[in-house]
Structure formats: C-alpha cells, structure tokens
Design a protein around this ligand. Structure first.
Ligand SMILES: [Zn+2]
Length: 111
C-alpha cells in the first residue's frame, strides 16, 4: 500500500467519524451532512484529527467555506496552522488503525 493510498483511507475514516455525529453542529439539521475541516486539509498536522472536524449541513458548509461564519477565532486558527507534520507510512498505518478503532467505538455507542 502506498503512502497516497493510506492518506486516502485515513481521510475516508476521518470523514466517517465526523459524519457519525449525525447533526449539523450549526443548525442541528440531520440532512445533507458533510464533513468540514476547520483547519484546511492542506495542513497535515491537523488533517486527521477528529477535533479538527465539524459535521455540518451543505448550506452551513458553504457559509464556512465563504468565511461568512466561523467555528474558531483567527488567533486559534493561526496557532493551529503553525504546527507542522510529515506523515510517514508507519505512522499512517498506525493512524488508520486508531481511526478504525475510534469509528468502531462510536458505532458501538450509537447502537
Ligand atoms: Zn446546518
């Protein structure tokens, strides 16, 4: 498995974890939910952190993307963007397992 494949798998698991919250955290709608990266996915250090994810409806996702609404302050954003990280393949393998376990645990809580 390549590093690229692992990044994709981890992104998909991260998205499942975020979506399993089941409601838009802005308007509480349960429809048209999408996972949103609070700090852009381009920043590797926070890319797979569920804390950096927001479950939002398509409408609110658009508002966030257009910077009409915010989930964190500019200061918090700048601090988080300062963190750097280069994911290695062994780290990604470990991360994938961790995300899988987290998702399984969340599924268990829902049932
Ligand atoms: Zn919403």
């Amino acid at each position: 498995m390549t590093r690229r494949d692992l990044l994709k798998l981890c992104d998909a698991l991260w998205s499942k974890i975020i979506l399993s919250r089941g409601r838009c955290q802005i308007c509480y709608s349960r429809r048209n939910l999408e996972p949103h990266h609070i700090i852009s996915k381009r920043y590797a250090a926070t890319r797979f952190d569920p804390e950096n994810g927001a479950c939002v409806c398509n409408h609110d996702h658009g508002r966030l993307t257009r910077h009409e609404i915010y989930l964190i302050t500019l200061k918090e954003e700048q601090e988080l963007k300062r963190k750097t990280k280069k994911w290695t393949v062994p780290e990604l393998l470990e991360l994938r397992q961790h995300l899988k376990d987290s998702f399984a645990e969340l599924q268990g809580k829902i049932k």
